[in-house]
Design a protein around this ligand. Structure first.
Ligand code: DNO
Length: 348
């Protein structure tokens, strides 16, 4: 296992030096943000990340994300050009030493929360989700700015996109995903890169849009669409775990050999489709983190791990879910679980 830490580049308030000072981190998780979705990343920008990481004593082995253009998800005619670009990015990343690429196939919105700074009893604040609040939002009318909302869309573009998806159901989205995998996985195999799809967060449809990486059946179906080791998963406990019906232990076992990246975080259920994010330890939330780590190790997992979202503690402010302190505590806790359970190679 290699412990990683997400870094949003030079504009991230969490500087790379601080990440380098967390004693258990091997690699940063980052991406190139200077070109629009669908375009080719320049070698200069890729190498700049690598150089910045090296300067802090770290490597750059994981990308999150190479975003998938909506036209690919919708199966539009120009998808072949976009897929050429996607493949080119994989080749370039592979050459630069990247080993794992995380992406998602969620229509229009990425992860979604209803609150960015939900106050907690201990004075910290955390991300929270309440379906009742979300159902009252109308993405094409309101002026909301929440994580997962791509703010580069104008209102008209967003309305147009939502309209285009009206005729796309789960089956069509799965077909388009299969087309994507057939175009991309052979390139990943050649480049020595594992592709790791991120589950939908939350793992159910929102705003009438279909979502498909949601539960064990869909996960198995996804893995069988292209049965190559390079076609794998980002196992995000907080995403799959947000549906109480998902048995994470069973899911990890069912995905044996295909989990390349693990996003480990805990959440606490506050009701039906209502939860808030907590500190990483088992005792802090509703998910059994130690059992999850044990199952990963028992299944031979030897991929990348990152402490996913943290709370804002000790007065820190910054990017929701991506402060320094709580994620650093999470990294230490998770590394301890892995080391204690024999999940780290080369430890005497
Ligand atoms: C949220 C993240 C997601 C993730 C993408 C992967 O914090 O886990 O935004 O990066 O869904 O494509």
């Amino acid at each position: 296992m290699k412990m990683t830490f997400r870094w949003y580049g030079p504009s991230d308030p969490v500087t790379i030096d601080k990440i380098g000072q967390i004693p258990v981190i091997d690699s940063i998780v980052s991406a190139v943000y200077d070109v629009p979705v669908g375009e080719v990343w320049s070698n200069e920008s890729i190498n700049a990340l690598k150089t910045a990481a090296a300067g802090a004593g770290l490597t750059f082995e994981v990308v999150e994300s190479v975003p998938v253009h909506e036209d690919i998800k919708m199966g539009k005619k120009n998808r072949d050009r976009l897929l050429d670009n996607y493949r080119e990015n994989i080749y370039r990343l592979g050459k630069a030493g990247v080993k794992c690429v995380c992406y998602n196939f969620m229509p229009v919105f990425d992860w979604l929360r209803s609150e960015l700074r939900a106050p907690q009893k201990d004075g910290s604040n955390a991300l929270a989700y309440d379906e009742e609040t979300v159902l009252k939002m109308n993405p094409s009318e309101s002026n909301l700015s929440l994580p997962g909302w791509d703010e580069s869309y104008t209102r008209d573009e967003l309305v147009g996109l939502l309209k285009s998806y009206e005729n796309i159901g789960e089956k069509q989205l799965f077909d388009n995903l299969q087309y994507f995998l057939e175009a991309v996985i052979p390139a990943a195999e050649e480049a020595g890169v594992t592709m790791a799809i991120h589950p939908d967060d939350p793992p159910w449809g929102i705003f009438g849009l279909p979502r498909i990486i949601t539960d064990i059946d869909h996960m198995k179906k996804f893995l069988s669409l292209y049965p190559s080791v390079n076609n794998g998963l980002t196992f995000c406990t907080g995403s799959f775990g947000a549906a109480e019906s998902n048995d994470l232990i069973e899911m990890i076992k069912a995905a044996e050999g295909r989990i390349h990246f693990a996003h480990l975080r805990n959440i606490k259920f506050d009701g039906y489709r209502k939860f808030h994010e907590t500190a990483h330890p088992t005792r802090s939330g509703s998910l059994g983190m130690a059992a999850i780590v044990k199952t990963l190790i028992d299944c031979g997992f030897d991929g990348y791990v990152r402490p996913d979202h943290g709370r804002m503690i000790w007065g820190e402010t910054g990017r929701g879910g991506y402060g320094l302190y709580d994620r650093a505590l999470g990294a230490m806790y998770l590394y301890g679980l892995f080391e204690g359970m024999g999940g780290i190679r080369d430890v005497k």
